[in-house]
Design a protein around this ligand. Structure first.
Ligand code: NAI
Length: 334
């Protein structure tokens, strides 16, 4: 069977890490047909649109996309491509596993956390306007439907994968109605899962608790903004943003992408770590029921980290992006 997948290399380090990952996926015994598209500023130059209509149509057809990071202008300019795609395809669950790779020493060994972030609501609905000069209003939207389905996703995942605890992370002492509704929905869903311990922590305390002792948590269930921030914090436990994968999952479609952004500080230098996107592609292989290929790539990744000979700079090595990909390919061929 050939898997047709929409491929968005993105910009910044996106094309480099995407190229590395595609080379590895091509060698994993799976047949691929890639439908490649630009997005963001690059797409605007070519098509006059930030997200070309053909890109939307391709995702709609293929139901699966692999995506590199896309730069979002700060304080103005076009809307985030990621947020737009997540909303358009109702990719309501942002799933980010945070786990140490064998052989890679970090400040926190043995971390095994799951982050489940609501992906379509909260502050990220982008409803902002200037009421009068000097006063800006920004809306945060929380719905019963959105909160219930993300809680359901977290609990279903926990049950299926034998996870023991879920904490809802919130600020309902201040955002009494919005975060209050999020909690109410999570509590209701939790009643159907008596085998899973359920708790609630305030977001500010959680940040401190995570740094003091990340092992006290198992699965974190968060609204959009909190999930975005806490994901980067947790990436640091396992070696940084170069490592942590992500999946945006909806009812019909799924887009797989790393947690990190376009890293303009290191773009075009062949130094970016493609591990985060590679681990995202392993999630994609599992989503496509290609578990043998997923296991093969995972094993090769673990071999390269355990051997420590060909690691990228962000994790203490000297290898470039393509050299790292070569090492994974060599490990797969062993
Ligand atoms: P960033 O994640 O791009 O970079 C933060 C730091 O981590 C930088 O020092 C960078 O060099 C490092 N880093 C990130 N990925 C790495 C990798 N694979 N290997 C080695 N080091 C890596 O975050 P930043 O700088 O805040 O954002 C840059 C741009 O990316 C912004 O325009 C932002 O909007 C966009 N962005 C896009 C995302 C996406 O497309 N999914 C997600 C997050 C940010």
């Amino acid at each position: 069977m050939t898997h047709k997948v929409t491929l968005i290399p993105g910009d910044g380090i996106g094309p480099e890490v995407t190229q590395a990952v595609v080379r590895i996926l091509e060698a994993a015994g799976v047949k691929w047909e890639w439908e490649r598209f630009a997005a963001g500023a690059e797409a605007f130059e070519i098509h006059g649109e930030y997200i070309p209509a053909e890109l939307y149509a391709s995702i709609e057809r293929n139901k699966v996309a692999l995506k590199g990071p896309v730069t979002t202008p700060i304080g103005g300019g076009f809307k985030s491509i990621n947020v737009t795609l997540r909303k358009k395809f109702e990719l309501y669950a942002n799933f980010r596993p945070i786990k140490n790779l064998p052989g890679l020493e970090t400040r926190y060994p043995g971390v095994d956390l799951i982050i489940v972030r609501e992906n379509t609501e909260g502050e990220y609905v982008g409803l902002e306007h200037e009421v009068v000069p000097g006063v800006v209003e920004s809306l945060k939207i929380v719905t019963e439907k959105g909160s219930t389905r993300i809680a359901q996703f977290a609990f279903d995942y926990a049950r299926k994968h034998g996870r023991k605890k879920i904490h809802s992370i919130h600020k309902a002492n201040i955002m009494k109605l919005s975060d209050g509704l999020f909690l109410k929905c999570a509590r209701k869903v939790s009643e159907g899962f008596p085998e899973i311990q359920y708790g609630e922590h305030l977001i500010d305390n959680t940040c401190m608790q995570l740094v003091m002792n990340p092992y006290q948590y198992d699965t974190l269930l968060l609204e959009n903004l909190y999930g975005d921030i806490v994901s980067d914090l947790c990436a640091a436990f396992v070696g940084g943003l170069g490592l942590v994968p992500g999946a945006n999952i909806g009812v019909d479609c799924a887009i797989f992408e790393a947690v990190h952004g376009s890293a303009p500080d290191i773009a075009g230098k062949d130094v970016a770590n493609p591990t985060a996107l590679l681990q995202s592609s392993i999630l994609m292989l599992r989503h496509l029921d290609e578990s043998d290929a997923a296991d093969q790539v995972q094993k090769a990744l673990e071999t390269v980290y355990t051997e420590k000979k060909t690691l990228t700079r962000d994790v203490g090595g000297t290898a470039g992006t393509s050299q790292f990909a070569d090492a994974i390919l060599a490990a797969m061929a062993q």
